[in-house]
Design a protein around this ligand. Structure first.
Ligand code: FES
Length: 284
């Protein structure tokens, strides 16, 4: 799969942007993805005139993420009240959870930090969407405590990482000291992967099934701090490709196979016990 690229929108992109944003939030199509507001709200999600103003005004940029010339996602970034602003975050519903959204957030943060030298980035999220707020909190965002009247903001993408919920299916009282439960045996098929957080250190660990053997790497690209789990795991070649800049790693030992990454990704042990798969950050 080719790498995701970013560009700044122009007025000519407005029809396609309206269609993308609407598909991510409104109506039946949006229900394929988890950004949907179809059961919460109806009507217009984006105003073409407002979009044009956002495209044309200074310190405001509408980012478009594309692959092979196809618009997959977008977001609006700007400088407002002494900080970066992030909004209009939309990922094509059939691609949500595939890592595209995370790449868009990373690019938006880069623009705010590097191009505009802003110290922080802010967004507004509809407060009934607890899981969405939790998602951003996991990415390092914190609540400001400021509440605004509806409507404003709602950005959303991705899939929450697999946590201990599936522990129950591994059997009564299944525990393994200092190891982190991944999933019940048989729940991860060859070519599949899953991310968990080490119960002791909080390290994100990506566990992959390669032809019936299990391997675990830190879920962090060694090029920049970005989740490998957003990328493409090739279950035939035993490689994972970072979606952000295309670095590839051998999942069996974490070694970097191509630029722009040169350092390996830490490898962790995996064991099968109590009917489940377990891993841990063993760097002590
Ligand atoms: S962050 Fe992974 S290749 Fe750049």
């Amino acid at each position: 799969m080719s790498t995701l690229t970013f560009r700044t929108a122009t007025a000519a992109d407005i029809p396609a942007l309206v269609s993308l944003v609407t598909s991510a939030y409104r109506g039946e199509v949006s229900k394929q993805g988890w950004t949907t507001e179809a059961d919460l709200l109806d009507g217009q999600r984006i105003d073409p005139d407002g979009l044009l103003r956002d495209i044309e005004r200074p310190h405001s940029r509408v980012l478009i993420a594309e692959r092979d010339g196809q618009m997959l996602a977008c977001a609006h970034v700007a400088v407002e009240d002494g900080a970066g602003y992030f909004g209009m975050f939309s990922v094509r519903p059939d691609l949500q959870g595939g890592g595209v959204g995370k790449a868009v957030i990373a690019e938006a943060e880069r623009v705010v930090r590097e191009d505009w030298q802003q110290p922080a980035i802010r967004m507004s999220v509809i407060d009934v969407r607890d899981e969405l707020i939790a998602f951003y909190e996991r990415r390092g965002y914190a609540r400001t405590g400021i509440k605004k009247p509806f409507p404003y903001g709602d950005e959303r993408f991705g899939i929450p990482q697999a946590r201990r919920s599936s522990l129950r299916s591994a059997g009564e009282g299944a525990v393994s000291e200092n190891w982190t439960f991944v999933c019940a045996l048989g729940e991860m098929l060859p070519g599949e992967m899953r991310t968990v957080f080490d119960e002791v250190t909080g390290t994100p660990i990506l566990v992959m099934n390669y032809d019936g053997d299990f391997y675990a790497l830190e879920d962090r690209c060694s090029h920049e701090d970005f989740e490998l789990s957003s990328g493409n795991y090739d279950g035939d070649e035993a490689t994972i490709e970072c979606i952000l800049h295309g670095a590839k790693f051998d999942i069996r030992d974490g070694r970097a196979l191509c630029a722009p990454a040169y350092s390996p990704v830490p490898k962790f042990p995996v064991k099968q016990e109590h009917g489940g798969l377990w891993t841990r950050d063993d760097r002590g």
